[in-house]
Design a protein around this ligand. Structure first.
Ligand code: MG
Ligand code: ZN
Length: 356
């Protein structure tokens, strides 16, 4: 009798431990999505050419492309493309988190929340700007910054870092959303250096009244530091996390036809990619995806010198273009990101990686 129960006990231990060890190798505990706004292949190669060191992006072995067109335009804006990446649905330009007939869409961040994962957003623009907004808000116009700020109060995001404090604190409707955030148990912090990773709770970290300065004009390592701190905070949750990090201003360099702006912002974004990649190597259960929402500037390189780290760049437009943009993946499920697919498939692939 004793022998039999011992046997049953050993079998059940075996089952429990099997369940623990045998995990789908394509399943990820954490997903980190890094979006270089406006970062096409040329922007990346310009940064590779200018840099004396190998970029972190170059270390990713699984590469694909996605098609960026929106539901009403061959050329997307950051609202429609952000929504496609975040929710898996193509929508009209200018829309945030809603489909082309106005229905609200659930984003990967909101699905992660529903599944008790920790969640975070970081951007070098205002957090209310189109790309980060696509992950939490539902608005017909990306320019309704005050409404988008209000939408932050309807979600339970664990940490968000970026500019845009004025849309919370200094509003035309005189509502004080900083107080509302505090009522919702947020630590509201000014400046990334004041964020103490040892603190517990939820964090709203404002790094600027509106947008952060250019990296060439004193932003410092805000993006890389924010990435590292957010990962450390989110990683404390046992069930895993979803984190979106945006290098917002690569796009603005393109709109300004300013190659130095494009390259410095791409190199800055790559530092954040490095932080995520380092964590994923150590962690082993983290899928890191690096992509863009669209290309900006129709950038070409007409000449260059890799020994002198020089390029001759030419913009064909001060707006977005239609070309496919690259996707780089590392970690469990990274193999699924090869090939050419729709921007909405990035969402599907992340959902699959989480097992949702
Ligand atoms: Mg953006
Ligand atoms: Zn743009």
């Amino acid at each position: 009798m004793k022998k039999v129960s011992y046997l049953i006990l050993s079998i059940s231990i075996l089952f429990v431990s099997c369940d623990f060890i045998v995990k789908d190798k394509n399943q990820a505990k954490n997903v980190i999505l890094l979006i270089g706004d406006g970062m096409g292949v040329t922007q990346i190669y310009a940064a590779i050419s200018i840099s004396e060191n190998t970029l972190n992006i170059e270390k990713f072995k699984h590469v694909g492309f996605h098609k960026t067109y929106s539901s009403n335009n061959y050329i997307t804006d950051s609202g429609a493309s952000g929504t496609a990446l975040a929710t898996g649905v193509k929508t009209n330009n200018k829309s945030i988190g809603i489909d082309s007939v106005g229905n609200s869409l659930n984003s990967i961040l909101l699905y992660a929340e529903e599944n008790q994962l920790a969640t975070g957003l970081i951007s070098t623009s205002a957090v209310t700007h189109a790309t980060p907004a696509s992950f939490i808000a539902h608005e017909s116009s990306r320019y309704d910054y005050e409404n988008i700020a209000k939408d932050f109060l309807d979600v339970d995001i664990d940490i968000f870092i970026g500019g845009g404090k004025k849309h919370f604190a200094n509003r035309e409707d005189h509502l004080n959303l900083v107080d509302s955030l505090k009522k919702n148990d947020y630590h509201v912090i000014d400046g990334i250096n004041n964020l103490d990773e040892k603190m517990k709770g939820k964090f709203a970290v404002f790094t600027a009244e509106e947008h952060n300065p250019k990296v060439s004009e004193g932003r410092g390592d805000m993006l890389a530091i924010s990435t590292e701190k957010a990962i450390n905070i989110l990683d404390k949750k046992d069930k895993g996390f979803f984190l979106m990090i945006e290098g917002s201003q690569i796009d603005w360099g393109g709109h300004d036809l300013d190659i130095d702006y494009v390259v410095s912002e791409t190199l800055d974004f790559d530092k954040a990619v490095g932080k995520a990649h380092e964590f994923a190597i150590e962690d082993g259960e983290t899928l890191v995806i690096v992509t863009a929402d669209h290309e900006t500037g129709g950038l070409t390189l007409l000449d260059g010198n890799l020994l002198k780290n020089e390029i001759t760049a030419n913009f064909s437009t001060d707006n977005h273009t239609a070309v496919m943009v690259p996707v780089f993946a590392f970690g469990p499920g990274a193999e699924n990101f090869g090939g050419i697919y729709e921007n909405t498939d990035v969402f599907e692939k992340m959902m699959k990686a989480f097992g949702f």
